[in-house]
Every structure is written in structure tokens, then in C-alpha cells.
Design a protein around this ligand. Sequence first.
Ligand SMILES: [Zn+2]
Length: 65
Amino acid sequence: MNSNDNNWKCAKCDMPLVKKKTLFTYLGHNITYEVSRCPKCGSVFIPKELAEGKMAEVEAQLEDK
Ligand SMILES: [Zn+2]
């Protein structure tokens, strides 16, 4: 039981995070994205790629009118 494919941990609980598909609303758009979530306290950790990449894509689409 030493799965190392996800080294993210909840800083509060020291629990390894589990991936969960989560629905976001961003600028009026619904986005489903797999994020890491603490199984204990339920905190969701937004990966950098989502914060900087996916969101930028959405913004780009919105501006492309
Ligand atoms: Zn936690």
C-alpha cells in the first residue's frame, strides 16, 4: 500500500489526497475537473494547471467572441 502517484497531502490532516471530479463555476461556465481532495476534511486543492492553464483557456474562449 505505497501508492506514490500522488504526493499531495492535506497540510491540516496529513492525509493523502484523493482525486475527485468536481464541478466548478467559473465566469458563468460550468467546468468539471478532477481535483485532489482531502478525504478527511474535504478541502479541495486546485492544481496549478487548473488555476493557470484551464482557467486561462476558459478566459480566452470568453474573449474570443
Ligand atoms: Zn484535510
